[in-house]
Design a protein around this ligand. Sequence first.
Ligand SMILES: N[C@@H](CCC(=O)N[C@@H](CS)C(=O)NCC(=O)O)C(=O)O
Length: 217
Amino acid sequence: MAVTLLDTRVSPFGMRVRIALEEKGVKYEYSEQDLRNKGPMLLQMNPVYKKVPVLIHNGKPICESLIAVQYIDEVWNNKPPLLPSDPYQRAQSRLWADFVDNKVYFPGRKTWTKKGQELEAGKNDLIESLKLLEGELGDKAYFEGDKLGYVDIALIPFYSWFHGYETFGNFSIEAECPKLIAWCKRCLQNESVSRSVADPQEVYGFLVELRKKLGLE
Ligand SMILES: N[C@@H](CCC(=O)N[C@@H](CS)C(=O)NCC(=O)O)C(=O)O
């Protein structure tokens, strides 16, 4: 079964798919995309959003990272599942993964794109969301229990972006959410995560360049 991933190294969404593939032991071809000059393959495989990541399985595209992670979980079901087996727990996992997209990614973006009041609002919203996630994690090792699962995979890529958020926003996530940072470090002890998540310095360097290109420096 041929698997290809259209992706960019620093994409938090792409990192999710890479972690899921690693968790399931799926061999795949990695294809780095230039998002400023999108190639025909990306445009053909994701004509709706024209974004990475796109998982291509036997020639057919699966777009949107959370959908791709669920697809991987369903197809490679010979390995332990990433989502809980109980339908209610599965619904809860999907809720929190969506929460990451809506309430972590968007305020996080404001920390390196905005100034003044908008930046402060972004920081406050981000910390509020991370504290909610910390509460949901509670005393568990991982969001769904004692092993890495779907919600962990949805959130952990943002750890590599936190350093950029903190540097441009001039605040400390660890000071506000120490248990969540401890969870990040626990996740990184999993090979699937350490092999897939970009180095925070690489993401920071990417953001420095992007801010210059966007005229934000
Ligand atoms: N909701 C999408 C978000 C994907 C996304 O925003 N990808 C970015 C890279 S991190 C992208 O391809 N941007 C190119 C563009 O917006 O033109 C997912 O979960 O896969």
